[in-house]
Design a protein around this ligand. Structure first.
Ligand code: FAD
Length: 287
């Protein structure tokens, strides 16, 4: 909360980063290197993802978030998912996060396991992220949640998606971070809808530089982001030149973020993909 309040009082947009727990045996050592290099860029906060259902490196989320704050003096946000979890599981997670020194949580339903559908979700005491939020707020955490400028992939009606967002605010979310998008106009339209629906907490705009054709198509199918024609033209132009395509992806993301800043977005969030060099280039562009 403080990050957004402070920035708003200074008329600036806080810039934050997302990283994920690196895979492998040396997760924390690798994370230290990534986090250290990201924190050198003085972000307002760094958020750390967790894999839904406790698979992968979910156990590393809280220690990495704590490392970011204690070793690199940077506010952190630990993601927490509730799909497939019982109340007892979440109580244990709350203990784990609290013991690790986490103060801020991004409360999420979580990605469904591969092959599962909205009608065939794992059994869970929490149907939606909004059901998780009050428990975390009561436990004393500052809680944020996810927002979808083009609607969530499983929700065809954007107005309904905004209603669901309002439910998260009513449940106690005090900030939102958006899903990635490639067309800023979608964000501006969504911002208007959110304002009309009574969303008053800050919405920070999440941007991911595209790195290649397969990455972008995976993203588009996972989250339903639309591809505006300038992006399609870049993909066509550099079809056989991966290096130039990456550079163009970083340039496109930088331009998106500069435009969002000019349009007074509450915050700018960069999906860093654990690549501090890309974050550094973009920060330079943002001045
Ligand atoms: P919810 O808000 O619960 O929404 C899920 C679906 O239910 C949507 O279709 C929504 O429209 C619908 N819905 C919500 N409320 C209602 C209601 N009252 N009635 C009917 N339908 C409703 N995933 C991970 O696994 N780990 C991560 O670390 C992670 N980090 C993320 C960070 C950001 C910024 C974002 C945007 C997403 C992240 N995700 C992560 C992905 C996220 O878990 C998925 O998008 C997931 O499918 C939805 O999560 P949610 O918290 O938005 O869910």
């Amino acid at each position: 909360d403080e990050v957004f309040k402070q920035a708003a009082s200074q008329g600036t947009a806080p810039i934050s980063f997302e990283m994920f727990p690196p895979k492998g045996e040396l997760t924390l050592d690798t994370a230290r290197e990534v986090a250290g290099n990201l924190c050198k860029l003085s972000p307002s906060f760094v958020s750390v993802t967790c894999s839904a259902g406790g698979s992968g490196n979910g156990a590393a989320t809280a220690p990495i978030a704590h490392m970011i704050t204690s070793e690199f003096d940077t506010p952190s946000v630990a993601h927490l998912t509730c799909v497939g979890r019982s109340h007892a599981d979440i109580a244990a997670k709350i203990d784990e996060y609290r013991t690790a020194g986490v103060e801020n949580i991004l409360a999420l339903r979580g990605d469904l396991p591969a092959g599962a559908t909205e009608d065939d979700k794992p059994a869970s005491d929490y149907a939606y992220a909004r059901d998780l939020i009050p428990e975390l707020v009561d436990a004393g955490f500052c809680v944020g949640a996810a927002a979808y400028p083009e609607g969530h992939i499983a929700c065809e009606d954007l107005n309904l998606s905004v209603e669901h967002l309002k439910q998260k605010q009513d449940a106690g979310a005090s900030f939102f971070v958006t899903q990635l998008f490639f067309d800023n106009e979608c964000f501006y339209r969504f911002r208007e809808l959110a304002d009309k629906a009574g969303i008053t907490v800050p919405i920070t705009a999440g941007i991911m530089p595209f790195m290649g054709k397969s990455q972008i198509s995976r993203m588009v199918f996972m989250c339903g982001a639309s591809l505006p024609s300038p992006v399609i033209k870049i993909l066509a132009k550099y079809e056989n030149d991966p290096e130039s395509l990456q550079a163009a992806g970083v340039d496109y993301a930088a331009r998106q973020l500069c435009d969002l800043k000019e349009h007074g977005a509450d915050g700018l969030h960069l999906y860093t993909m654990n690549r501090p060099a890309i974050a550094a280039t973009i920060m330079e562009r943002l001045g």
